[in-house]
Design a protein around this ligand. Structure first.
Ligand code: IPE
Ligand code: IPE
Ligand code: MG
Length: 247
């Protein structure tokens, strides 16, 4: 009961993003292959989705595969792709039942035709859902995202549907990924590193950062609630003074 009351008092971030890092080390610590770590990480994905829904988060964005991750050993990349396909096949119906709108952000054109089709079918199935929005970042890079938005604006200028003077933070923002979602409030990184690894560069401008040593497969419901609790303690000033925020 006390716990429920404390939870209710918590200011819940509307949009949370997570850099799900540490699968490889988790596995190596147990004498297993890196791939076993990725497989165990799937359970944390499931748990973070259900925790986010329970806590009233409106948008959850998970970094699953970066544009730099192609540089990993071919076999690891191939297992990650198979795992993505497997999880989509198994979980999307459940997401749909829970009213989740699912989307993938990133350059999906480099994925196999089968995976691209699966992504499209999953997005279409859940497109009209009004519950939490789950975005999976796959072959995503923050620089790619910004460059892509710049390209759209450049095209508009070159075909005279936009003037150069109309290029602004707001118009560029419209063409970045996640533009139609609430602003990113909380960015979590598991696995103990303190870096953004080319994740949501544009979107993280005023996000609160939360770094934890916990490796992704160990990031359970309680760990997520702890991160949300920590967010609740932060004073977000957005350039103003602490005194201004209080009044
Ligand atoms: C994160 O875990 C998963 C992906 C990047 C796909 P890692 O595989 O990076 O795990 P560590 O950082 O090597 O432990
Ligand atoms: C970031 O993790 C990408 C994902 C979690 C998908 P990495 O493990 O690839 O990050 P770096 O390369 O160590 O910064
Ligand atoms: Mg890593």
């Amino acid at each position: 009961m006390t716990e429920a009351i404390t939870e209710n008092l918590t200011k819940v971030p509307q949009h949370v993003a997570i850099i799900m890092d540490g699968n490889g080390r988790w596995a190596q610590q147990r004498g297993k292959t890196r791939v076993a770590g990725h497989k165990s990480g799937v359970e944390s994905v499931r748990s973070s989705v259900s925790t986010a829904i329970k806590q009233g988060v409106k948008a959850l964005t998970l970094f699953a595969f970066s544009s730099e991750n192609w540089q990993r050993p071919e076999q690891e990349v191939s297992v990650l792709m198979d795992l993505f396909m497997f999880v989509l096949t198994r979980e999307v119906k459940k997401l749909h039942k829970n009213g989740v709108r699912f989307q993938v952000i990133g350059d999906t054109s480099r994925f196999s035709d089968n995976l691209q089709k699966k992504i499209k079918v999953s997005e279409d199935l859940t497109a009209n859902n009004e519950g939490m929005v789950l975005s999976i970042a796959a072959n995503y890079g923050g620089r790619w995202d910004i460059a892509n938005a710049a390209k759209v604006l450049a095209e508009k200028v070159s075909n005279n549907t936009m003037s150069v003077d109309e290029i602004s933070e707001e118009t560029l923002h419209q063409y970045t990924c996640l533009a139609n979602l609430p602003e990113l409030d909380l960015l979590i990184r598991t696995g103990g590193d303190f870096r953004i690894s080319n994740f949501l560069l544009w979107q993280a401008a005023y996000a609160e950062f939360y770094f934890t040593e916990t490796l992704w497969p160990d990031f359970d419901e309680q760990a997520f609630i702890t991160a949300i609790g920590c967010f609740d303690q932060r004073e977000r000033r957005f350039g103003q003074t602490g005194e201004q925020i209080k009044t």
